[in-house]
Design a protein around this ligand. Sequence first.
Ligand code: AMP
Ligand code: AMP
Length: 317
Amino acid sequence: MKIGTIASHSALNIVSGARIEGFETILFCPPERKDFYASFGFENSLAIIDSFDEVLDMSPENIIMVPHGSFVAYIGAEKLIKSELKIFGSRKLMQWEADRNLKSKLLKNSGLKVPRELISIDDIDCPVIAKTHGAAGGKGYFIAKNRDDAYRNMQPGVEYVFQEYIVGTKVFVTYFHSLARDRLEIFGADIRYETDADANLRFDAQPSFVVVGNIPLVLRESTLARYFEIGKSFVKGFKELTGGVIPGPFCIETIIDRNMEIYSFEFSGRIVAGTNIWMPYSPYSFITHQEKMWMGRRIAREIRELLDKNLLDEALL
Ligand code: AMP
Ligand code: AMP
C-alpha cells in the first residue's frame, strides 16, 4: 500500500511522514516542480503529471491519497467527492466544508461561538467582513465599518456573506482524531499570516487576506484546555448532525478577542499547512507521543494501525 498526494501545500510534511513510517510514497508533481521535490530526496517518489486533475484517473487500487488544501483549490471538492480515489478522510466533512451554510450550521450545532452572520446587507449594524462564496485564500473579501461602507465596496453581480468583524488574534488549532486509538489529540497552534491584513498598512486601503505563511503559537495552557473542549465538541457535533466520524486531522480557525472570547469562523477537515511548522514535532505532539511526531507522520502511523486492525475502510470515507 502506497501513500500518495499532490506536490504542493503540505506535501513535504505528508511524504516525509509516510516514508519514516515505512510506506512507499507517490508524489504527483507538475514538471516545473520536479527539481524542487527531488532536492529533498523524493526523486524516486515522483510521478510527473501535467495537470493535478490527472490524479482522478489514477487506479485507486493500492494508493491511499492524503488530501490537502491544493486538492480543493486545484481539483475541486465536487470532483474529489465523486472520484473513486481512496481518500484518507471524510468526504462528507469535505462536503460540509465546501458549503458556507452547512459549514456554519456545523460550527453552531457543535456549540461553538461563531461571528454573527447578517443575512442581508440591510441587516448590517456593526463592522463586517464580506466574504464571497467558495473563495480561496480570501480573494474578493472586503471589510466595512457600516452598511453604507458595505454598499460602497460591493462589486456588482457578486454574492456576499456578511459576518460580524471580530477584532482580535487569529488562532488556528490543529487536532488529530484517531480512530485506531479512539482519542482526540491536540496537535499544535499557529497564526496564519496574511498579506497585507497582518502588515502595517500605511494608508487607508482595503486589506488583502492572501495567505503568506504561518507563525508558531504556544497558547496559554488554560486557553489550550478550552480548545481541547472545542475539538471534542466539533467531533461530537459532526456525529450528531451527520452520523459520521472525523478520521484524522482537522483544524478549527478562530479569533480570540480582548475578553478572551473564542470565535470560530472556519474549519478544515484535513491536514492544514499550519502543521508544516511543527516538523519534527510540536510541544503537544511530543508530550503525547514521546517521539518526533509531525502531522504527516501521524497520518501514516494511523493508517498503519488501522491496516493492522483491519479497520482502514472506516477512515477512507
Ligand atoms: P498552493 O499550492 O500554495 O497554491 O495552495 C493551495 C491552496 O491552499 C490555496 O487555496 C492556498 O490559499 C491554500 N494554502 C496554501 N498554504 C496555506 C497556508 N499556509 N494556510 C492556509 N491556506 C494555505
Ligand atoms: P476565511 O476565508 O473564512 O478563512 O477568512 C480569511 C481571513 O479573513 C481569515 O484568516 C481572517 O484573517 C479574516 N476573517 C475571516 N472571518 C473573520 C471575522 N468574522 N472577523 C474578522 N476577521 C475575519
